[in-house]
Design a protein around this ligand. Sequence first.
Ligand SMILES: [Zn+2]
Length: 339
Amino acid sequence: MAGLFFTTLFGALSVAAFPGARQAAKPAPPAPPAINPAAPEVRILHVRGKVYMLVGAGGNITVQAGDDGVLLVDAGLAPMSGKVLAAIKTISDRPIRYIINTHVHPDHTGGNEAIAKAGSTIAGGNVVGDIGASAGNQATIIAFQTVLDRMSAPTGQQASAPEGAWPTDTYTTHEKKLYFNGEPIEIIHEPNAHTDGDSIVFFHKSDVISTGDIFVTNGYPIIDLSRGGNYQGIINALNHIIALSTPAAMQEGGTMIIPGHGRLCDQSDVVFDQEMLTIIRDRVQDMIRRGMTIEQVKAAQPTMDYDPRYAGNRPFWTKDMFIEAVYKSLSQKPPAGHP
Ligand SMILES: [Zn+2]
């Protein structure tokens, strides 16, 4: 979706920008709920079919709701949990059954404990894999194994997460599948990208992909080198998201992409991001080959043409921090990539 809609996340324009969102699901999906006045900072956007996007609680939260209950992708920041739960209530009264964490960062996992406790596990044939000791008392928290490893045995700067926030159902293989609310849901591990525990989530019937922070629209992607992130891994993962998604006519619409942060997107937005990161990669790679130091590469401004759009709006991840991480990442052996 073009830049025209950058500032119209929740307005009528953004709904008009995705006419397929209203036409694809049959029977017609329920009308998007109004913003809950009790939780003004958490906003709801109906994406398509059974899938909604909650914005304002930290990282974007995906909500899939139906007769089986509610499934979330990510849980937002811990202090926002009350407002997230209030927003979910306006979408569905059914119990929260699953939280899928796209990665370990607290703006995506902070709400795990409070939101999982407000839900309950399905005690029946629908549970896939091990559900942990607290089965029935809380929603199942699904993540790639390294998310649990980092939450339960943190090293370095990451604060220890409370046990109630830990994933209760981890996977170590290439993917994990669920069937929930009449829809196949594919949870796919993307090796060494934003971190070393990234999952993307593909809602097959609703035709929506939640990407976590592999793909964001609010700045250059963060490469968390200290938690196994890798720049080429982000490009590999974007290539995979492009391969999984299908554009509608004239490249707009089709598969909807919910980024880790920022506005609702489609495949063309991911293609633009992938091309930008590939161009920056080739520039920095060439500078490394010519023996330039990190300081020389920064001075050469390899991101200059993208900076007006992507640099400067996040003090914790400046343009220089991004270039430094690209440089360090490209100086390492590239990750294996997606099988
Ligand atoms: Zn993150």
